[in-house]
Design a protein around this ligand. Structure first.
Ligand code: GLA
Length: 752
């Protein structure tokens, strides 16, 4: 809903509102962004600078409230009285944009640049600010409980305008905050860091050419003391996949200026008379229900306004990916063996990863070539996919279309298509990026990928990208626009293809990519202990339907850690489940466990993928209608653990529920020589008998069932005791290090 009265604008949803006012001098003031308020509250929110502070530059002599430096603004100029950070920089020229006009629109003007915008109906507020030779259109809208903002700057003069920086949004928020960012690296994505925002600027920025695993564009600002379920928290994100920038800084007067947009570091643009530049759309929300409230609102927004329409709420298949099992070493026979096994274990989609084309037998060659390797796949992709389909599975394929190896036919034919600078090419994973700012490069990718998709009954694509950019400079933004064009041309006509984006894992986990790909491969690190951190931190801003989450082998390739197969499953359930290991190496007990996992996941798939996700003290829960599934995850066990509780959220207080634990089992082999305490005969822990028994025999573990009211379950119920050096008992949780449990809580059905 948008209201306008006497120079005051109100945008409001159920949980948030934005109150703006045009000052007598034409500044765009932000009176409030946060809980829903009324347009009549404007006067109460207006700041009172009183007699002012020293060194003030006034727009109107004698009026302290005309000092742009001390009022809360929704956009600011530079060099004209507001000496806080400006969202707009023109090389060497100050800016002083004042209100010119506004319109309330029924539909968002499409982005001429091709930048993806959130989809959704509703009114849009367009406010035009202007100064001689320059016009700025600011767009505001609310979708769900999320505010969206973008800016379009136009050269209305007759000279060239040199744009050095333009943010998508800027706002001043009263008070002091802490800023939480999500930083990392390859196989260590989404490390959460929180720092106070005081008088020095705190910046969250990526300059690798992509949104990057170094600094995810999403961030949070929280009032000190805010917690998971209480306190005031703001969440921010950007619908963009390239270099980004966000900054927060408290002013002397106690207003915190926040802005977000394309990073100015590698950005410059010349606007000729009549030309415009448009920013990506920035996304922000507020909750006084703590971090959990922000996450819930962001999840809803992503699931309903970002994910491509065809895939909104549509169940995703359980997939098997051959990469970690085979790497480059496969042929049709091996793949079909794996597919058959994957099918038996409950997988629904078989994904052939890297290595199917050109001379791609390692990561040193072949990228850029699309000819199928007939030695590995004599019947071509069609031959393989027909057989996969005959097994009753869907077929999916890996591509890395943005890159090229120098040892490839493509590079030999078109060395100038690679993105290089004036120096020797710098390789990363033996590859260069293709220059997606060139139309012929985009055509090459679109034509080749499309032809392959249409040739072989492919219903899923993993779109990989495995390096940072090289010296993109001013091209950085055009590269991203080129990428969006390519994705649109390939996938708009084929909406039913499920696209999973990947960039060495989570090097491009952002809302821009999610506009095309409903899910993203979170990390090449599938160790469940690490994944608890990665998925939990992603969950602050992204819903679990966007997490590609796979069970892989133990010891794990990246950490050498051995973890229980149950935990690998339990963690991956809270995302889009897949398997990525050599299935031929599984023991019968492991096969049985995986069958149980896929069956359980499918039974509760809707809750796992699209249910309301909440972080708990010791794990996560998802709720959908009458069911809540909670997972709790443990680190290293101690010798004498105390009580542990399960405290779930958002049940109906007075309703009765049944709780039952997922059936988990223990392998006898894990007890080693301790088996002698329970076995009637002495057994050698390394002997054939125990080794054989370990392949087939399991013991039930931690079976817990109870009924309780919603209030009791939210107050917290004690879980079965954990192993305390006391021996085996099926009524305890005999867990190893990194064990976990899963509980299914359903509304009790009354039997008459
Ligand atoms: C990247 C991806 C992996 C896999 C390999 C293939 O590392 O993140 O999942 O696809 O490339 O080369």
């Amino acid at each position: 809903m948008i209201e306008y009265k006497n120079g005051i604008f109100l945008l409001r949803s159920e949980n948030i509102s934005l109150l703006l006012r045009v000052s007598p001098q034409g500044l765009l003031e932000q009176l409030h962004f946060g809980a829903p308020v009324d347009i009549e509250d404007a006067q109460a929110f207006a700041l009172q600078p009183g007699i002012g502070w020293g060194s003030m530059v006034l727009l109107e002599e004698g009026k302290t409230e005309s000092c742009p430096d001390v009022v809360g603004l929704a956009w600011s100029g530079s060099g004209r009285g507001d000496y806080r950070e400006s969202p707009l920089e023109l090389s060497g020229v100050s800016t002083d944009l004042r209100y010119q006009s506004h319109r309330i629109l029924d539909a968002m003007p499409p982005a001429a640049s091709g930048l993806p915008l959130a989809a959704g109906e509703g009114q849009i507020l367009e406010i035009t600010l202007a100064q001689p030779g320059l016009q700025l259109q600011l767009y505001f809208r609310i979708l769900g409980d999320v505010l969206l903002r973008r800016a379009v700057v136009s050269n209305t003069g007759d000279g060239t305008v040199r744009l050095g920086k333009i943010m998508s949004m800027m706002m001043d928020l009263p008070g002091s905050y802490e800023m939480t960012t999500f930083d990392g690296s390859w196989i260590a994505e989404m490390r959460k860091h929180t720092v106070p925002v005081l008088d020095s600027r705190v910046v969250n920025e990526s300059v690798t050419g992509f949104s990057s695993h170094r600094h995810n564009p999403g961030f949070l600002l929280s009032m000190p003391g805010a917690g998971e379920d209480h306190g005031r928290v703001y969440g921010f994100n950007l619908i963009y996949s390239g270099n980004h920038y966000a900054a927060a800084q408290r002013s002397f007067q106690g207003l915190t200026r926040v802005m977000q947009g394309i990073s100015p570091a590698e950005f410059s643009r010349e606007l000729q008379p009549g030309e415009s530049f448009e920013t990506p759309e920035a996304v922000m929300t507020f909750s006084d229900r703590g971090f959990g409230g922000v996450s819930e609102q962001m999840h809803h927004f992503v699931n309903h306004h970002i994910i491509p329409a065809y895939w909104q709420g549509r169940m995703r298949p359980v997939l098997y990916n051959d990469w970690e099992g085979c790497m480059f070493d496969f042929n049709q026979h091996r793949l079909l063996g794996l597919a058959k096994k994957a099918r038996e274990l409950g997988c629904e989609l078989f994904v052939l990863d890297d290595g199917w084309f050109g001379n791609r037998n390692s990561d040193t060659a072949g990228l850029g070539d699309y000819t199928v390797n007939k030695k590995k796949l004599p019947g071509g992709l069609r031959g393989l996919s027909d057989r996969i389909h005959a097994l009753g599975m869907e077929f999916g394929l890996w591509f890395e279309p943005e890159s090229v190896n120098m040892d490839s036919d493509l590079y030999r034919a078109h060395p100038d298509w690679a993105l290089t600078d004036q120096f020797q090419p710098l390789l990363s994973r033996h590859q260069l990026l293709l220059d997606l700012t060139k139309p012929q490069v985009r055509d090459y990718i679109v034509e080749n990928v499309s032809a392959i998709l249409d040739s072989a009954g492919i219903s899923y694509v993993k779109w990989d990208m495995n390096r940072h950019s090289i010296a993109l400079g001013a091209k950085a933004h055009d590269y991203i626009l080129g990428l969006y064009e390519v994705l649109r041309r390939i996938f708009d006509p084929r909406p039913q293809i499920l696209l999973e984006s990947c960039a060495s894992g989570g090097n491009r986990f952002d809302l821009g990519m999610l506009c095309f790909s409903p899910q993203i491969w979170c990390s090449d690190d599938t160790d469940p202990v690490e994944r608890v951190t990665i998925q939990e931190n992603l969950s602050y801003l992204y819903p679990q339907s966007t997490f590609g989450a796979h069970v892989s082998a133990a010891p794990h390739a990246q950490t050498l850690r051995s973890t229980p197969l149950t935990t690998r499953g339990n963690v991956s359930f809270f995302g889009v489940l897949g398997y990525e290991l050599d299935l031929n190496h599984l023991l019968p007990v492991e096969e049985k466990e995986i069958k149980t996992q896929t069956a359980l996941y499918k039974r509760w798939r809707k809750a796992f993928q699209f249910g309301t996700f909440r972080r708990l003290e010791n794990g996560w829960q998802v709720s959908d209608g009458r069911v809540t599934v909670a997972g709790i995850f443990h680190g290293q066990r101690s010798a004498a653990p105390g009580y542990e509780y399960l405290r779930v959220k958002a049940l109906e207080p007075g309703k009765r529920y049944t709780l039952h634990s997922r059936e988990q089992t223990l392998r006898v082999g894990q007890f080693g020589s301790l088996v002698k305490h329970v076995a009637p005969v002495e057994l050698n822990p390394n002997g054939i008998v125990l080794r054989t028994a370990d392949r087939f025999v399991t013991l039930p573990d931690g079976v817990q069932t109870c009924t309780a009211s919603g209030n009791a379950l939210m107050a917290g119920i004690p879980l079965l005791p954990a192993f305390r050096g006391t021996g085996y008992d099926k009524n305890q949780r005999t867990q190893l290090d990194f064990g976990s449990n899963l509980y299914i809580i359903e509304e009790e059905t009354k039997h008459e």
